[in-house]
Design a binder for this molecule. Structure first.
Ligand SMILES: *Cc1c(COP(=O)(O)O)cnc(C)c1O
Length: 389
């Protein structure tokens, strides 16, 4: 049935389970374990002969509903939910790889993801090579016989670089490598990496899937065979999504299509205004024709998404002045919220990079990132105008 339904329908209908009470809004199942009608039923559940819940580290109906709804939206065979986005990324590697194997990852990925690959997984014998998000040939050149995984995020944070998912999938598959895409910024409403050839989609549900800055969550999606490995790690190691958070996220998904449309429309309008502003030296937004990968972004994403980056002359002092002059926007590194957030990447999210690394990556001291919320755009412009002068 879900094959023929549109995303806005799936967002409110897919995955809903109803109990004998026929509740209309999905119930929350705050229970750590489940009881069996008999010893034989318990044995059948444990052996896997009979499907059903056993213990909430493995499955819980609230979590299952969230997984099924997100799987329907991403058009994935299976979704496995996690306590956070980072737990989802860790589980992908722990579930599918082993010591001695190699990862090729985009240089422009979430800071904690870089730390995870570079500092933690390396200690367990999984090595990572970082390459350009926009040059597929660097990925091809980085492949070794031991390479098992490509890892990319598109568009990237904070520069909104767009990676060619189809091209990376082709290179990956020519070498027997899986392509994982962190689809946090676009969500399945704007981009479905599995349809573009990716094998694995990863989410920090903390961002747009919740969309209101309330809970942490994560998810990994893909075919049943790959997800079995990821699920086995979850079930054994236990970075499980709580029932409460799953229920909040399930409700978050209901408004995801309308929110993503609004985030994108507001971001486009703000980006167009920033681009024309005399105090702004550079504006980066995938929905602007001036974006270096505008054609690719337009083909790959339905709209530009909610993240806009721009640069002001005068470095850190000028950027901080703009940020400190805002009265409406929230000064926070989080993103994907109904409330607009404003960040200075060089001194916060990307402060662990050396100044040379930041310069090479194009993250200048005058760069500001805005995750555009659902406030009226005129109010947002006025909020920025105070500091832009
Ligand atoms: C926030 C984020 C993560 C990590 O997610 P958590 O839920 O904070 O663990 C991973 N990838 C991207 C792109 C993110 O923005």
């Amino acid at each position: 049935m879900t094959d023929t339904l549109h995303p806005d329908t799936l967002a409110v209908r897919a995955g809903a389970l109803r109990t004998e009470f026929q509740e209309h809004s999905e119930a929350m199942f705050l229970t750590s374990s489940f009881v069996f009608r008999s010893a034989a039923e318990a044995a059948a559940r444990f052996s896997g002969a009979e499907p059903g819940n056993i213990y909430a580290r493995f499955t819980n109906p609230s979590v299952t509903m969230f997984e099924q709804r997100l799987a329907a939206l991403e058009k994935a065979e299976r979704c496995v939910a996690f306590a956070s986005g980072m737990a989802a990324i860790l589980a992908t590697v722990m579930g599918l790889m082993k010591a001695g194997e190699h990862v090729v990852a985009s240089r422009s990925i979430f800071g904690s993801t870089v730390q995870l690959f570079q500092n933690i997984l390396a200690r367990f014998g999984v090595e990572t090579t970082f390459v350009s998000p926009t040059d597929p040939e660097e990925w091809r050149a980085a492949v070794r016989p031991s390479t098992r995984l490509f890892f990319v995020e598109s568009p990237s944070n904070p520069l909104t670089e767009v990676s060619d998912i189809r091209a990376l999938a082709e290179i990956a598959h020519a070498h027997g490598v899986w392509l994982a895409v962190d689809n946090c910024f676009c969500t399945p409403i704007l981009q479905r990496p599995l349809e573009l050839g990716a094998d694995i989609v990863i989410h920090s549900a903390t961002k747009y899937l919740d969309g209101q800055g309330r809970v942490l969550g994560g998810a990994v999606l893909g075919d049943k065979t790959l997800m079995e490995g990821v699920y086995t790690f979850l079930r054994t190691a236990g970075p499980t999504l709580s029932a409460f958070n799953a229920w909040v996220l399930l409700k978050g998904l209901e408004t995801l299509p309308v929110r993503m449309q609004a985030h994108s429309a507001h971001a486009l309008e703000l980006a167009r205004w920033l681009e024309e502003h005399p105090a702004v030296t550079r504006t980066l937004y995938p929905g602007l024709p001036s974006h270096p990968q505008y054609a690719l972004a337009t083909a790959q994403q339905r709209t530009g998404g909610g993240i806009v980056a721009f640069e002001v002359a005068g470095g850190r002092d000028a950027a901080w002045r703009v940020i400190d002059a805002t009265r409406l926007m929230s000064i926070t590194a989080n993103l994907g919220d109904t409330r607009t957030t404003i960040t200075h990447p060089a001194s916060t999210t990307h402060s662990r990079m050396s100044p040379e690394q930041r310069a090479a990556a194009g993250i200048g001291d005058g760069l500001i990132r805005i995750a555009v919320g659902l406030e009226n755009v005129e109010d947002l412009k006025r909020d920025l105008e105070r500091g832009l002068g």
